[in-house]
Design a protein around this ligand. Structure first.
Ligand SMILES: [Cu+2]
Length: 361
């Protein structure tokens, strides 16, 4: 109702403005002002100046209001670099934005039409052309080069400490994430994608004859260890999805038929991040739904960031970063999928699932 009323009021205001403008035009014709446009030009000049000031006040207000609501500081090692690039780019663009807008509206005010001013004919200047072509080109090249350096640094896994890292296999499908851990042996069971291995009970096509698969487990939350490198191996079973951990500045597409991977190091446990956020005014606000301050319910989150279908928004998972000790405790509680689900259905030693045995009889 409020929305309807405000819309009606806005429309009526607009109609009133149109009529006022029309009436003042008629008044100008009556006063003979329509032949001399300098007065109208001056008015437009002042209006431009007023708009410039009002616009900058609005920009400053929205920065103050919404900047604190952006993502908090990075919780991963490489994220610090990503943030630096992002901030440098934003500062540069903001400067250009301010300067061009001042030029646009100030010029409209300063050089409005006047009877004793004659327009200066200034068709071309090679020096100016060169300046505003070369400087932006150099700036853009510098940005691209620094960006690529960070990109290669993030994606060149060969430079990393691969022995000490945790490997995680994440497979996306409409509309869920399957997260496989390699268990205590730190090695995944082999996957074979063919008719024999892939079934509704074994969508990933894990070869259960491979002993390495016997301690693999599926987790409903992603547990990571502080300062322990993680290599996430990504895949998709149907359409494009995208693996996005905003707080760690991790984002990579999951492509059917094309394995991708991302290496990163979490640097803040969930608790440490909450402690940090509890000092931030925006996060101290009380959420009316929970009655708690926002930082108290903060969670790291995995989200799909590729529109992948109707329930795309539901493709989320909690991510928890803990110290090694707490991680070990959690891992010990996880049940191996093979032992709890697959093994009980196997008959004898020939690895034939029970339902298939019945079918043979
Ligand atoms: Cu998705």
């Amino acid at each position: 109702m409020t929305i309807l009323l405000s819309t009606v009021i806005l429309v009526l205001l607009f109609v009133v403005l149109v009529y006022v403008a029309h009436a003042s035009e008629l008044a100008m014709v009556l006063n003979g002002e329509d032949k001399d446009t300098t007065k109208a030009s001056r008015r437009n000049g002042y209006a431009s100046l007023l708009f410039l000031i009002g616009f900058f006040v609005a920009v400053a207000w929205s920065c103050k209001e919404y900047l604190p609501a952006l993502l908090p500081k990075s919780a991963s090692l490489h994220g610090v670099e990503t943030d630096r690039l992002y901030n440098e780019g934003m500062i540069l663009m903001f400067l250009v934005f301010i300067l061009t807008h001042i030029a646009l509206f100030w010029f409209a005010y300063r050089y409005n039409e006047s009877n004793n001013k004659v327009a200066y004919f200034y068709p071309h200047n090679n020096k100016l052309e060169a300046i505003w072509t070369i400087i932006p080109a150099l700036v853009l090249v510098a940005m691209a080069v620094t960006g690529m350096r960070v990109w290669f640094d993030i994606f060149d896994v060969s430079k990393r400490d691969t022995k000490n890292m945790m490997v995680l296999e994440v497979t996306a499908k409409q509309f869920q994430w399957t997260v496989r851990y390699s268990g205590k042996d730190n090695a995944f069971g082999e996957r074979i994608i063919d008719k024999e291995h892939v079934s509704p009970e074994n969508e990933l096509g894990i070869n259960w004859k491979d002993a390495k698969s016997h301690d693999d487990f599926f987790a409903d939350k992603i547990y990571l260890v502080k300062n322990k490198p993680v290599l996430v191996k990504l895949g998709a079973q149907d359409v494009l999805h995208s693996f996005f951990l905003p707080h760690f500045r991790v984002k990579l597409d999951c492509v059917p038929g094309l394995p991708t991977q991302f290496y990163f190091v979490p640097t803040l446990t969930t608790k440490e991040m909450q402690e940090y956020l509890s000092t931030q005014p925006w996060w101290q606000q009380v959420n009316p739904e929970t009655g708690k301050q926002k930082w108290e319910t903060f969670k790291y989150e995995l989200a799909c960031t590729e529109i992948c279908g109707r329930s795309h928004y539901g493709m989320q998972k909690d991510v928890v970063v803990v110290e090694q000790k707490e991680y070990d405790e959690w891992m010990n509680k996880q049940d191996s999928y093979y032992k709890t689900v697959v093994q009980p259905t196997l008959v004898g030693n020939n690895n034939i699932p029970a339902d298939k045995v019945q079918a043979l009889n």
